[in-house]
Structures are given as C-alpha cells and as structure tokens.
Design a protein around this ligand. Structure first.
Ligand code: PGA
Length: 250
C-alpha cells in the first residue's frame, strides 16, 4: 500500500503568490513519487488548487457541520465538495486547544463530512507526555477521543476515516515521539477501533503519525512504527524537505 502523506499548511503561507510557488515546486518534484499526497492549504487557496491535471488530493483543515445558513465566518462541507476537496482534517489539537473545539463538535463535523462524501482525517493524541507515558494515561485520553468523536458513525462508513495520531506535545516542538511509542499508540488505536467496529474494518482504517515529522525521522514512523503515512505540519512548508520526507518513505 502506498503511504498517505498529508501536508497541513496551517495558516501559511501569507500570500497567494507564495502559495503558488510552494505548490509548483512540490508539484514538479513529487509527481513521479509513488505516494498518495494530500495538500491541506488555508481555505482561500483551495479554489485555485483544484486542478484536475494535478496528481495530489486536496484537503481542508476544518469545516462546520451545517450545510448552509447563517453561520458567519464558517465553511460548509458542501462548499468543500464543490471545490473537489477530498479530505478534511478534523479535531486538530490547535482547533481543540486554541479554539475550544469539543469532542461533541468534532463528532458532528465528522458525521457531516461523511454525509457529504468527504474523508475525515481525525486527529487524536494525548496532551502531556510525562504523565501520559508514565501511567498509560495516554491510552485513556486517546480512547475517550476516539469513542466520543466516532459516536454514531456506522460500520459501513468507518473505513473512509483516517486517524492521525498526533501527540500534542510533539506538534511544532521538534520533539517527535519515538518510533516505539508511536507503534504502541498505533496498536492501541487499532485495538479501540476493533472494539468499536471489527478487526477487518480496524485494519482498513489508515493511521498516520503527526508531530515534528521531518526527513530524518519519517522513515522510522512509516517503516519502523508501521504507520500508514504521515501528517506533516512545519516541514511541509519547505518544498525540498517535504519531498525528502516522501522520498524516505516510498
Ligand atoms: P508539525 O505539525 O509537523 O509542525 O509538528 C503537525 C501538525 O500539526 O499536524
């Protein structure tokens, strides 16, 4: 199976022209690489990136759960669908901890994304490393996030979901998890998914690692920790680093 490599550009770059340059550099280098690549730019760059000749999938970084109406400042799943967006990141820790998104809101968004035939990339991960790993508390945090965010998601739709294991302490800190810890978290996530659905579905759901991924550690997560792919933040804004990440894992 080809690894799934997702670029989360977050609130970058700050001009449309810089977004073009970044995209074109990635495009020209990555088109021959056998990975499934998803680029998640800010909403306002999605429209110009929906080029059918383009061999990447497009993803959004968030959405609202209603389809239309008086919700100032929000973007609906139908709008994303109309721009040929395939994936949507939901429950990113920056949405949870800066913007106060709850598991309940994330669950509504996730079900709404599936209704619109978008593929959600659901982020889960523990907030603190020390307490978490010393006590196995991280398992409890991840289990709660999975159970709450996947509530009422039927077994026939579950395989469309991608889970990103993103320990919050590893995001943007240059302190990635070890590949052993990522492997344990991945196995634990599959165990919870098996309980929620069944073994076959749990094996079909892709699980990514995210948190300070770079070209040096990418291989350890995909080949060592057997992750199905990566969710890359900061390093995806540097075209050559991003291409090197992909090269290391294919
Ligand atoms: P990072 O971000 O790669 O910059 O740590 C990952 C993410 O937030 O998805």
């Amino acid at each position: 199976m080809k690894p799934l490599i997702v670029a989360n550009w977050k609130m970058n770059p700050s001009s449309s022209k810089e977004a073009d340059i970044l995209l074109n550099t990635i495009k020209s280098e990555a088109k021959v690489l056998p990975a499934d690549i998803v680029i998640c730019p800010p909403f306002i760059y999605l429209e110009k990136m929906q080029n059918p000749a383009f061999n990447f999938s497009l993803g959004a970084q968030n959405m609202f759960f209603e389809e239309r109406g008086a919700f100032t400042g929000e973007i609906s799943p139908l709008m994303l669908k109309s721009l040929n967006v395939t994936y949507v990141i939901l429950g990113h820790s920056e949405r949870r901890w800066i913007f106060g998104e709850t598991d309940e809101a994330i669950n509504r968004k996730l079900r709404s994304a599936l209704r619109a035939r978008l593929r959600p990339i659901l982020c889960v991960g523990e907030r603190s490393r020390d307490v978490a790993f010393a006590t196995n508390f991280y398992e409890q945090e991840i289990q709660e996030q999975l159970i709450n965010c996947l509530k009422e998601v039927s077994i026939n739709r579950a395989a469309d979901i991608v889970i990103a294991y993103e320990p919050v302490w590893a995001i943007g800190t240059n302190k990635a998890a070890s590949s052993d810890d990522a492997l344990s978290a991945m196995l634990y996530i599959r165990k919870v998914l098996t309980g929620l659905y069944d073994r076959k579905i749990a094996e079909r759901i892709k699980i990514l690692y995210g948190g300070s991924v770079d070209a040096k550690n990418a291989f350890d997560f995909v080949k060592g920790a057997k992750m199905d792919g990566l969710l890359v933040g900061g390093a995806s804004l540097n075209a050559s680093e991003f291409i090197n990440i992909i090269r290391r894992v294919v």
